[in-house]
Ligand binder design. Structure first.
Ligand SMILES: Nc1ncnc2c1ncn2[C@@H]1O[C@H](COP(=O)(O)OP(=O)(O)OP(=O)(O)O)[C@@H](O)[C@H]1O
Length: 283
């Protein structure tokens, strides 16, 4: 659904992306991870036509986002981290904005607002940060756009709302839709995001499904003071070490936790670089 080739992007003279390639398929909830300042928000804005590349190609559903064609803008919904909503009630917002989204489903919006306990009769400017975010999530999921891009969507959500968010997103994904979620809160989204994409030093250095990851890499815990040897990555934990290594054939796998995987990939990108593209499937 999304293809990026040789993307270059700079803010002023400061280069951020150089020769960045990425392929994203439909029917999946992609987790976009990266260190602070790696360029996650910038990449999401480039994909949604809010920023323009300095060079290279971005293809989203056959559109070039920077052209900002109305047909393209009605197929993508962007939920930013910082939300500015107009001085409307939720009901007025739905009346004014939903006509831009041809597949908008008002019943889905009502149900999600109810689940999130957001009162659409209230002025959006008078809602708390978390309530605004939940309203926009409900509206965005109800927009039924094939592409949905979310920047740190669980920021500001209380614990039950995070659970409802995971449930709503899992229920909304379909082979015709593609979600990209940028997050630092990987524990909030564990078991939801798959594949995992990591942006680092101006490039996509990792883009693999959980199945591919767990077939190739395992995690183990060792007790004692000495760090384990012959591993791809290790980090100290109370009483021992957790390490990431290639899975030897025929051994049982330990599920990988995403935080450790992320630390491992960023600490040793070369070791993980062999499979940065999703292989097979409909790209
Ligand atoms: N408007 C701007 N003008 C100049 N530089 C910018 C601008 N916006 C972002 N940057 C720079 O671009 C880099 C990437 O920023 P971006 O917000 O995309 O990163 P991020 O991965 O989303 O970071 P975080 O995880 O901290 O939210 C940073 O070094 C940032 O300072």
């Amino acid at each position: 659904m999304i293809h990026v080739r040789d993307l270059e992007f700079r803010y002023g003279t400061h280069p951020l992306f150089s020769h960045l390639d990425m392929d994203i398929r439909g029917g999946a909830i992609h987790g976009l991870l990266g260190l602070n300042g790696a360029g996650k928000t910038t990449l999401l804005r480039l994909l949604s036509g809010q920023l323009f590349p300095s060079d290279g190609m971005i293809d989203v559903l056959g559109f070039t986002p920077s052209q900002r064609k109305p047909d393209f803008l009605s197929e993508i919904f962007f939920i930013p981290d910082e939300i500015n909503l107009p001085d409307f009630t939720g009901i007025q917002y739905v009346e004014m904005i939903s006509p831009f989204y041809p597949w908008f489903d008002a019943a889905v919006c009502d149900t999600l607002c109810k689940d999130f306990e957001v009162d659409q009769r209230r002025k959006l400017t008078e809602l708390s940060f978390g309530q605004k975010k939940k309203f926009l999530l409900a509206f965005g999921l109800a927009s039924m756009t094939p592409i949905m891009v979310m920047d740190e969507p669980t920021n500001g959500l209380d614990i039950p709302s995070k659970t409802q968010f995971r449930r709503a997103v899992a229920a909304a994904i379909s082979p015709q839709r593609c979600f990209i979620i940028s997050t630092h809160q990987v524990r909030d989204l564990e078991n939801l995001i798959d594949p995992i994409i990591i942006v680092h030093n101006g490039k996509i250095i990792f883009n693999q499904s959980i199945e591919e990851i767990s077939a190739r890499f395992s995690m183990s815990h060792e007790y004692g003071q000495q760090p384990p040897t012959e591993v791809l990555y290790s980090e100290q934990i109370p009483g021992g070490w957790v390490s990431v290594h290639e899975t030897p054939a025929g051994t049982d796998r330990q599920p990988l936790d995403l935080e450790t995987l992320f630390n491992a990939v960023v600490a040793n990108p070369v070791a993980f670089a062999r499979q940065t593209q999703i292989q097979g499937g409909t790209l």
